[in-house]
Ligand binder design. Structure first.
Ligand SMILES: [Zn+2]
Length: 140
């Protein structure tokens, strides 16, 4: 669990199925995602990859004016609420809650909590928030 893997919108890339290198339906990805804050090496210039969902809607994120959505006056904005709704419904995780926690307890403690929450009880690997699977010990 690393601070640079916490996306502006509160998603922890470390527990994301794409970052772990798999698709939702199971197979391994050819190109695992490097995280929402990773460098975008697909383009010509080595620019920072923008937050995948929010970049289309948010000038502040697109121009690196904020590091996390909670720094914004409009937090939580309609776009973040929409994304949050989907996550609460489908994956039982609130991005807005995540962001409020980071703000409240700080990144260090937040990452410790995340580690506790997403560590596989069988092998100590990372359990994906999207599929509820540990890709260290449950790979077939
Ligand atoms: Zn495991």
């Amino acid at each position: 669990m690393k601070p640079e893997l916490i996306a502006p919108c509160g998603i922890n890339c470390a527990v994301c199925v794409a970052f772990l290198g798999y698709t939702m339906s199971g197979p391994k990805r050819k190109h695992p995602c490097l995280g929402c804050r990773s460098l975008d090496t697909s383009g010509r210039s080595l620019s920072r990859k923008k937050c995948a969902f929010m970049k289309k809607h948010c000038d502040l994120l697109a121009n690196d004016k904020v590091t996390f959505c909670f720094e914004c006056d409009e937090f939580p904005c309609q776009h973040l609420k929409k994304l949050d709704d989907g996550y609460v419904r489908n994956y039982n995780m609130s991005l807005i809650e995540n962001l409020n926690s980071i703000k409240k307890i700080g990144m260090k403690r937040y990452l410790r909590d995340q580690k506790k929450k997403y560590t596989c009880s069988q092998c100590g690997g990372v359990v994906s928030v999207h599929t509820n699977r540990c890709y260290t010990c449950s790979i077939h």
